[in-house]
Design a binder for this molecule. Structure first.
Ligand SMILES: [Zn+2]
Length: 336
């Protein structure tokens, strides 16, 4: 009960900071300094974990205060955003107090770590090609091993039987030149990860307003085109709205590509940091150019039906490098 009341005090104090009263901020910081120095005196010099008797704010300060004088005693820590992702989600791996990090996982992706404040972060996408079941994730942080069992849960994917005018198919999706163009221009961009996080909080729908009833094709749909026995997977969501509707940036980021491609028409690719990307296809017109830094909600183009498309809609994909993830996950749950 005593610990509970201490936590309550810490929460109230930090909530007070939100009212932008500078005297409250200063008082709070001073209190932490005092606690940090007193707990440092109590410390035996070896920190094997966080103390359970101190409030959260002072725990952080204790570690910070000691790390400058005795960095060799800080133990690496590894945490995951979840150990039970759903197919199409993305996970985040956080590592603290370690520089040399390696990851081995049966999830078919090699995560890359980036500094995020005083910790390191890596994104791990769960592709729609991953079968539900049990997987392993082993992290070595400065030589210390961490083992995780990851339980991937299934998601229902719809099957679509699509009929597209043969001449359209021949000129776009079934066209070797169109596919080569995509491979040459877009695939290399997917592997580029900016080392900083541009996005803030959750992502938003690229189309303003309620879109749930406007989805014509869901993420991961299994699609058979013109009676073909070979299925293709839909990498994102299709939002059926009228031509000319503004298409908005789902989050802050850097425009990696803005231009016309035979396959996807007027296309924009945005890097949001750490390899997390959003892609927008089939637009009628474009409002941004390569290299632009865009803000969440900024108009990047207008809905159209260019490229391999059967009518006006906004195709919206999200990916971690070359693995497409579920856009709904990024909008409704968010990551990191
Ligand atoms: Zn689509």
């Amino acid at each position: 009960m005593k610990i509970g009341s201490k936590f309550a005090t810490a929460v109230i104090a930090s909530a007070m900071l939100l009212c932008a009263c500078s005297s409250w901020t200063a008082a709070f910081e001073k209190k932490n300094e005092a606690e940090a120095s007193s707990s440092q005196k109590e410390s035996s010099g070896i920190i094997t974990g966080v103390s359970s008797s101190k409030p959260a704010a002072s725990k952080t300060e204790t570690i910070k205060a000691s790390s400058s004088s005795k960095p060799q005693v800080i133990e690496p820590q590894v945490t995951l955003s979840t150990e039970a992702p759903i197919v199409g989600d993305a996970m985040a791996i956080f590592v603290e107090n370690a520089d040399d990090i390696s990851v081995v996982t049966s999830l078919g992706f090699v995560p890359r770590f980036f500094a995020q404040g005083n910790r390191q972060i890596a994104l791990l996408p769960i592709s729609y090609t991953i079968a539900p079941g049990d997987y392993t994730l082993d992290v070595k942080a400065d030589g210390k091993p961490f083992h995780f069992n990851i339980k991937v849960t299934d998601r229902d994917f719809e099957e679509q039987y699509l009929t597209v005018d043969e001449t359209v198919t021949k000129n776009t999706a079934g066209n070797a030149e169109a596919n080569n163009q995509w491979t040459q221009l877009i695939e290399p961009l997917k592997l580029i990860s900016d080392p900083q996080q541009y996005w803030e909080g959750n992502f938003i729908s690229p189309i303003f307003g309620e879109i749930k009833d406007k989805i014509s094709t869901e993420y991961g749909s299994i699609r058979y085109t013109n009676g073909s026995q070979v299925a293709s997977r839909h990498s994102g969501i299709d939002i059926a709205v009228k031509a000319g509707t503004p298409v908005l940036a789902t989050g802050n980021g850097r425009v990696q590509f803005s231009g016309f491609l035979t396959l996807t028409g007027n296309t924009v690719v945005i890097e949001h940091g750490y390899g997390l990307k959003s892609l927008y296809y089939h637009m009628e017109s474009l409002n941004v150019k390569e290299g632009d830094m865009v803000k969440q909600g900024q108009q990047i183009g207008a809905v159209g039906s260019t490229g391999f498309s059967t009518g006006p809609h906004c195709h919206f994909s999200m990916a971690v490098n070359n693995v497409f993830t579920n856009p709904w996950f990024m909008i409704e749950k968010g990551i990191g």
